[in-house]
Design a protein around this ligand. Structure first.
Ligand code: ADP
Ligand code: MG
Ligand code: MG
Length: 895
């Protein structure tokens, strides 16, 4: 039995007259606008009286074949009667008409998604009543024409331009250029034509009956919940359709009643930089949308703002000093009451102030930081609340250089915004050139058709990367994001002529060495070097981060292998390295030859000879890394990718490599073919390499421990190396690798005569590893969830190929989010939960962490908090985001 038949269902909540049935906590029922109108009214602020039809009425409407609840008509009538009582006017009355606005308002603000109708209740007779009552015929007719226009558009679905054309004809005829130049009689003529156009178009006259108008508007607000704009917006912002919208019916106040009337919008603080100063605009003798419609230029609210803008038109402070003073105090009351920056709509009717809307204002990341820190300092909110006030992902805007918004942008092409930040540099077309130029202290932008693992050093040396092909998850995009390099991928218009040393785009030509700029946050490629703004890591940012650090439980580490990345990570507050990928060190120019020699070797002896050449480099890498990390934990993953990734592939590359290294070309090619795999992701890689060629892992373990001993002996903070074996599936595999590691470690420590602590662990990136975590824990002191591969292996979806079909899955609602961006908490998450549980059962102090892209994703971090992992590890540039997200997760866990 439906609830409403048990208790008398309530669909209408009144506000106004210094009280309200609802309050700000009732957003779900009354929508944001309605709840805050009620709250303001209860606070005793001047709110024109009205009432709210609940979101439940909208839900009921759609659940019952678009029928209103039976009691609604009666409750709306009662609501109107109350408004009539408070205003002393009567809805539909010819002599003393009450006019109302009908405003939509969902739980979450959906700006511009649904339209509002103003001046409802006007018709051919009431307009005369309004004229007499106000003593201003022009005002009455101006209001009526506005009403016909809005109602026809929002409720009757007629096009705006139909009315604009009629108005333009009249203006031409009268030779006036602004709306304010029309007299009452002029408007009366315009209205005649408006009405004629409506009845021509619809075959019936414009509705004159106030009740019919009212229900038409209520129906239109409900209908707008299901229009395409609203549906699209909901999908973009994860707003469920089931919420429905409320409808607010409110008595009109008039900002268009002459020079002592006005309408405006205000923010209690500056929403773009956070300055604690009233910010906003207003228009004299105007109504509702005029301020944002751009028909007239709005004026500043304060004298200071006007002077800064260099405007002549007086500010509200100057033009209406008295009411401004009152407004200022109301605005302060609101901010104090809501304890947050407010976005406010107001109207002044003949010198009297009315508040029409308030809500927490949207703001940039920079403003969010400043407002949170300032409000905590002002004692308005606690430090913990301040931590909760900044969206972690938004910090991304602040951590990279950006193009000065006032700078001129000569955009030559557009690609995908693959990795945020802006970068300027000389054009280079290959990775070696990039490295060379960077070594000479030059900034370069690497321009490639697409990138491959062999470009790592070039990408690293470059300030930014452009690729002509590839999507948001292409090699270039993923690696650039990881390194914190700006990247524009898939710039299809860029035609690269590498041999000629130039690229052409949209009829322009750019040569190697010319300066260009990329904006990785928008995908723009720009000519020249526009002015940049450097990231600000001190001040408010540092303050808020320190507060975040005080409340978080999860440790935050970085994925880093190069000295630069490690330094960046520490600068951003990383508490260790969670993933150092040793293969990246193999691609270096100085070592790749020895690596290839090792791969080409016919037997173990040959491999050992080649490995001996790599060993000193490896050791030096680790010495440098440990030095930078100053005693913080460093998790080092032993060689992971299949060996063929290190070999040249095309005939041409093979020749070049053979020539450069003296290796035999035929042999290189043969070996590359031998190593070819049908499915390399599931092939001879990870610890499988360590099992088939133990000498590789032995060399790496030795290099790690020798480096650690060297640091310890030099008196610097001794590192805690965590040696990590990738892609382990079985307990027996782990045991084999553990024994190998301990055997080498023992030998090194004996040679060095030191007593150094190290740990051995594994990545969990296969479902079997998660399921048999207890077996692994017998020989692993830590698990690091490699969620990139774990997601691939759990879904059986290759990340590199997912781009082709994942879009359709997201469109069809099968996937809510890209599981490679935000952890699939049900499936992959279950495996993590299970592995944590089983691992801990076997080894209570097993250390648990997560590496991979998810380690920097706030939703995934909140999951890690819930499962009780010890740390998350992410790319250096995401470390601050992770610190803040971890703090918010800890606060959420505290409740
Ligand atoms: P939106 O959600 O698009 O801002 P609103 O319902 O807030 O739509 O209304 C649009 C405009 O109409 C706002 O500028 C608001 O101030 C004005 N307005 C709404 N109701 C009234 C009213 N009762 N009297 C005067 N102006 C109103
Ligand atoms: Mg509004
Ligand atoms: Mg992996």
């Amino acid at each position: 039995m439906p609830v409403e038949t048990l208790t008398k269902a309530r669909w209408v909540y009144a506000f106004g007259g210094g009280g309200a049935d609802g309050d700000a906590s009732m957003k779900n029922l009354l929508g944001g606008k309605g709840a805050n109108l009620a709250e303001m009214s209860a606070l005793g602020l001047p709110v024109p009286p009205g009432f709210t039809i609940t979101t439940e009425a909208c839900v009921h409407y759609y659940a019952n074949g678009k029928q209103y609840p039976t009691e609604l008509a009666e409750q709306v009538a009662a609501g109107l009667a109350k408004v009539e009582e408070l205003t002393g006017k009567t809805f539909g009355d010819v002599a003393n008409p009450l006019l109302v606005s009908v405003r939509s308002g969902a739980r979450a603000s959906m700006p511009g998604m649904m339209d509002t109708v103003l001046n409802l209740g006007l018709n051919d007779e009431t307009v005369e009543g309004l004229a007499k009552l106000s003593g201003d015929r022009r005002f009455a007719y101006d209001s009526y024409r506005r009403f016909i226009q809005m109602y026809s558009n929002v409720v009757l679905n007629l096009e705006h331009h139909m009315f604009e054309e009629i108005l333009d004809d009249h203006k031409d005829r009268l030779d006036v250029h602004v709306d304010t130049g029309l007299t009452a009689d002029d408007w009366a003529e315009v209205i005649k034509d408006y009405k004629a156009a409506v009845s021509d178009y619809l075959g019936k006259p414009f509705p004159q009956d106030a009740q019919e108008q009212l229900w038409g508007a209520v129906g239109a607000v409900f209908a707008s919940w299901m229009n395409d704009r609203a549906k699209f917006y909901r999908r973009m912002h994860d707003i469920p359709e089931s919420w429905g919208t409320a409808v607010n019916i409110q008595s009109m106040v008039f900002g268009n009643m002459g020079d002592t009337s006005a309408t405006g919008v205000a923010f209690t603080r500056n929403p773009s930089n956070g300055d604690n100063r009233l910010y906003g605009e207003f228009l004299i003798n105007a109504q509702g949308e005029d301020v944002v419609a751009g028909i007239r230029t709005p004026q500043s609210l304060t004298k200071v703002a006007r002077e800064e803008m260099g405007d002549v038109a007086p500010s509200m402070e100057e033009a209406m000093a008295e009411v401004f003073g009152q407004f200022k105090s109301v605005v302060e009351t609101l901010e104090r009451h809501y304890r947050d920056m407010q976005d406010i709509e107001f109207t002044v009717e003949q010198g009297k102030l009315y508040m029409l809307q308030t809500r927490s204002g949207k703001r940039t990341a920079k403003a969010a930081l400043k407002i949170a820190v300032d409000m905590a300092a002002e004692g308005v909110i606690s430090k913990e609340e301040a931590v909760g006030r900044v969206e972690p992902a938004s910090l991304d805007q602040l951590l990279h250089p950006t193009i000065d918004p006032t700078a001129h942008r000569d955009v030559v092409a557009k690609g995908l915004p693959a990795s945020p930040g802006a970068a300027t540099g000389k054009i280079v077309f290959d990775s070696d050139a990039a490295e060379k130029a960077a070594a000479n202290g030059e900034s370069v932008i690497l321009v490639r058709e697409e990138t491959s693992p062999e470009d790592i050093h070039g990408m690293h040396a470059a300030r930014g990367i452009i690729t002509a092909r590839g999507g948001m998850t292409s090699h270039a995009a993923v690696v650039a994001r990881g390194m914190g390099r700006a990247c524009v991928s898939g710039a299809g218009d860029v035609a690269i002529f590498e041999k000629e040393g130039l690229f052409r785009v949209r009829g322009r030509e750019f040569k190697a060495g010319e300066i260009i700029t990329i904006d990785g946050s928008t995908g723009d490629i720009l000519a020249g070097a526009p002015k940049m703004i450097e990231p600000e890591l001190t001040g408010d940012f540092a303050t808020l981060m320190s507060w975040a650090d005080q409340v978080r439980r999860l440790k935050v580490r970085a994925n880093a292998e190069t000295p630069l990345d490690a330094k960046t990570a520490r600068q951003f507050g990383a508490e260790g390295i969670g993933l150092c990928r040793t293969e990246h060190m193999f691609f270096d120019d100085t070592r790749i030859a020895a690596v290839r020699e090792m791969i080409l070797a016919d037997d173990e002896k040959g491999r050992r000879t080649a490995l001996a050449k790599i060993a000193p480099f490896q050791k030096a890498d680790f010495v440098e890394l440990f030095t930078i990390m100053e005693g913080l934990p460093v998790t080092i993953r032993l060689l992971d990718p299949p060996l063929h990734e290190f070999l040249p592939h095309t005939e041409e590359d093979v020749q070049a490599v053979a020539q450069a290294t003296g290796l035999d070309a035929a042999k290189l090619l043969r070996r590359a073919k031998e190593l070819h795999e049908t499915n390399p992701m599931l092939g001879h890689r990870g610890c499988r390499l360590g099992v088939s060629y133990p000498e590789i892992y032995e060399m790496q373990v030795r290099a790690i421990l020798e480096a650690a001993c060297e640091i310890a002996k030099s008196g610097k903070a001794a590192p805690v190396p965590e040696i990590m074996h990738p892609l382990v599936a079985k307990g027996e595999e782990m045991k084999y690798l553990r024994d190998l590691t301990d055997r080498v470690a023992k030998a090194v420590l004996e040679e060095q005569g030191g007593d150094l602590k190290y740990t051995v662990g594994t990545m969990i990136e296969l479902p079997r590893a998660a399921l048999r975590a207890a077996d692994l824990a017998a020989n692993a002191e830590f698990f690091s969830f490699g969620t990139n591969d774990l997601t691939q292996t759990t879904f059986g979806i290759s990340r590199d190929d997912a781009g082709k079909f994942l879009g359709a899955y997201i469109d069809k609602g099968i996937f809510e989010k890209d599981p490679f961006v935000s952890l699939d908490q049900d499936g992959v998450g279950d495996l993590i939960r299970l592995a944590a549980e089983r691992g801990r059962a076997a080894r209570p102090d097993v250390k648990l962490g997560i590496c991979g892209e998810h380690g920097g994703d706030p939703a995934s971090i909140s999951f890690c908090e819930k499962v009780g992992l010890d740390y998350v590890s992410c790319s250096p540039y995401r470390v601050p985001i992770a610190r803040l997200a971890a703090a918010q997760a800890a606060l959420a866990a505290k409740g």
